[in-house]
Design a protein around this ligand. Sequence first.
Ligand code: GAP
Length: 483
Amino acid sequence: MAKDPLKPLISHAKEYGFVFPSSEIYGSPGALYDYGPYGVELKNNIKTYWWKAMVQVHENIVGLDSSILMHPRVWKASGHVDAFFDFFVDNKVTGKRYRFDHLVEERIAKLEKKGKKEEAESLRQQLEKALSEQNTEYMYEVLIKNDIRDPESPDKTEWTPVRHFRLMFETNLGAGEDAITAYLRPETAQGIFVNFLNVQKTARQKIPFGIAQIGKAFRNELIARQFVMRMREFEQMEMQFFIRPGEDEHWFEIWKEKRLKWYKAIGIPEEKLRIKPHDHLAHYAKAAVDIEYKFPMGFKEIEGIHARTNFDLSRHQEFSGKKLQYFDSDLQESYVPHVVETSAGLDRVFLAIFSEALTIEQLGGGKQRTVLKLHPILAPIKVAVFPLVKKDGLPEKAREIFNQLRFKYMCFYEEKDSIGRRYRRHDAIGTPFCITIDYQTLEDNSVTLRDRDTMQQERIHIHELEQRLDELLDWKTLLQKVV
Ligand code: GAP
């Protein structure tokens, strides 16, 4: 069997306290993960970067934190109750399970690679028809007619009928005869739509304006593969931008560009990002693209940009009986605003950033080091403080510096092991700066400041440390690149 290209990332994430399989001691149920001490720091830093880039620097974007459980009619209105399904098929011989759309998309990609454009187009149309009609018998026919086999065991393929599966998790609100069926939200967006007027009025926003939210979303994903790429509980960073009808294309282009800048500013190279238009549009979308990152297993979606028209607000207006209109004082008319949405999967962005950063460097003499070259702003620990040795007053001096810096930055004090081993450990978790206190420190109050990527050390006076770190960890320089 082919080696999993994500394996080195998964091992590093586990060994260094970034990501663990959930409830591992019971044999994790799969597609559920826990973020460890460094994982949660990195994840929080990504969230802060997104929040600052969206809410802080845009005066016309404000935040929201809506509840996970909502009135079940929300999901009827949004279309999720009737249309949010996955279609799957099992290979009777091997017991392996596949998503119908993934099998067909894989074949389309192969045909395109071989230059068989017409065949690929015909198959794309069949996929489109099957999904829009949600016709499982036709789906089975598509597999058989096109001789689509189990990619892992092509010679041993015998498909079961195609079945469908609701992606939303159900739960109960209340108890006994009063209990009603509710759903764990499958996207954060609906919390924004139903609060559209509350936010617009209280934040005194005029169209165009956006509402941003970071929060958990839940999908009962059937096929759990590729680490945190496809989870049952994950986090989204979503922004709905409310606009005048007819301006959809204009804002769609603007948000595509802005979101690409956000990834590039943090160190993802341009050639590892691409924009891919959707083959099959979701039930709410008029236009949609994915931002994809080149993972070790190939390009995969990390964020979706969708022109959702006024579908959601109109449906909520219809289902709730409450007006969700905006009076545009410049046009002197009321309308249901249209929406362009940017929807990033936090866990996938985490994986993209982690994947980009993880580097094995050859040091000569057969030696190598593993270094996580994260942008310093995202690094879990910003500064590690080491006394060279555990005696002669060096730990006390090092603690003094640690106590001065920890109120400003996430710092780490460490005195165990040789200095080389301590540097290597911090290289592996991405700490950009290490400060070492040595005998010279006791004489002239200077320390060494080591840069993770170049491994260069400079001598610097203790009184200059804070200012130097402020320059190296400057939000302003980063945020000016993303507007
Ligand atoms: N509100 C629109 C929406 O939810 P989506 O394309 O279904 O659109 C947006 O999801 C993003 O959420 C995706 O680009 C992906 O990064 C992330 N995502 C979706 N399902 C996921 C899952 N099962 N596990 C991890 N991330 C997921």
